[in-house]
Design a protein. Sequence first.
Length: 196
Amino acid sequence: MNAIDELTESFSRLPGIGKKSAGRLVNFILKADSAYVKRFASQLNSLQEKIKPCSICGTWTESDPCPICTDTMRDRSVICVVEQPQDVATIESSHEFNGLFHVLGGIISPLDGIGPDQLNIASLLKRISDGSVTEIIIATNPTVEGDTTALYLQRMIAAAAGIKVTRLASGLPVGGDLEYADKLTLARSFRGRTSL
């Protein structure tokens, strides 16, 4: 296996990158400016050294605690619970949420051997134990595992009196067509309907 094949194989292991896309990336790098390639390689090489999970919420950060956890303008009474660190960036890009976050680091998935003990649930319960949190928004994906995790969290948090537990609404996307909606999405849309 030559250097091109090795790099193609490495790129193809990235999520969403198949063999053809990996080959295109390798060819792009071969044609690119040498300074760009060196900078890119240096950035990749130092990524895991520079970026770590926030000790409070678990999102990726260069400074610990992260800028979200240290922002005094954020609503500290609401915590949005997400599966992965990249979910924080997705929600932040909407500019609709001004509370804090908590990253579980996955979801409950017995088939994959992932139970509640493998997730950052204990640290969430510790965060809400001081009584300053009034609402937990569960923003796990609308999958069987995501729903199982949400139900488990709801039961664990229910023991903490005075904390409202909510779940992100799910259903038809904006611009979606009923004709192409799957049965589960349509069922969720009916259950989560709102008044006009």
